[in-house]
Design a protein. Structure first.
Length: 198
C-alpha cells in the first residue's frame, strides 16, 4: 500500500518522502544587481523625482521669440526652391509654393506676436505686484524687459508689413526661392536637352 509513495528505482526512500536523488537542481539564474531593489545614497535628480526620466519625453517650454522669426528668414530658401523644381517643374507649382512660403512666414509672425503679447501682459502684472511690495530695483528690471519686448514687437510688425507689401525681408525671401526654382528648371533642361548630342 505504501509503494505508492516510493519513486521507481529508489530502495532507500521512506514512505511519504521523495528520494534524495530525484530532486532536480535549480537552473543557474542571472545575478540581480542590488541597485534594482535598493536605492543608494546618490543625490536625487533635480529635474524630476522619478528616476526613469531619461526614457520619458521632456516637456520643454518653447519660447517663440524673435529668434524663431529670424531663423525662418535665414533659411536657405534658394536650395528649397531648387529641390521643389526638381520634384515638379511647373510654373504654377512655383506660384503655389510662393503662396505657401508667405503663409508659413505669416504663421511664424503670428506665433511670435502672440508670445510677446503674453510676455508683456505677464510682465505688467509683475511690475504692479512688485511695485506694491516696494521692490523698486526689481520693478526697474521688469520695465527694462518690457521695453526690450516692445522693441521686438515693433520689429516683428515691420516684417509683417514687408510681407503684406512684398518688400524688405519678405521680398528677399521670395526672390531667393524663385531664383532657386529657376535654377532647378535650368538644371533639368541642361541635363535632359543641352547635353544630348544631335
Amino acid at each position: 500500500m505504501f509503494n505508492f509513495f516510493k519513486r521507481n528505482g529508489s530502495n532507500d526512500a521512506r514512505p511519504g518522502f521523495p528520494a534524495a536523488q530525484s530532486i532536480t537542481p535549480e537552473p543557474n539564474l542571472p545575478k540581480i544587481e542590488e541597485r534594482v531593489f535598493i536605492e543608494n545614497n546618490a543625490a536625487p535628480s533635480t529635474s524630476s523625482p522619478n528616476h526613469f526620466t531619461e526614457k520619458e519625453p521632456a516637456s520643454v517650454n518653447v519660447d517663440h521669440n524673435i529668434n524663431l522669426l529670424f531663423s525662418f528668414l535665414d533659411q536657405n530658401h534658394e536650395s528649397r526652391g531648387y529641390d521643389d523644381a526638381l520634384l515638379n517643374p511647373d510654373s504654377s507649382h512655383l506660384h503655389q509654393n510662393l503662396d505657401a512660403l508667405k503663409n508659413e512666414l505669416s504663421r511664424t509672425i503670428n506665433k511670435v506676436k502672440t508670445f510677446y503679447e503674453d510676455f508683456i501682459q505677464e510682465t505688467e502684472y509683475h511690475i504692479l505686484s512688485r511695485g506694491r511690495s516696494g521692490m523698486l530695483d526689481m520693478v526697474e528690471e521688469l520695465e527694462m524687459k518690457k521695453r526690450i519686448a516692445e522693441a521686438h514687437v515693433s520689429k516683428v510688425k515691420e516684417i509683417e508689413d514687408s510681407l503684406n507689401q512684398e518688400t524688405g525681408d519678405c521680398k528677399g525671401l521670395l526672390i531667393s526661392y524663385t531664383r532657386g526654382f529657376k535654377n532647378g528648371l535650368a538644371a533639368i533642361s541642361h541635363h535632359h536637352i543641352l547635353t544630348r548630342k544631335l
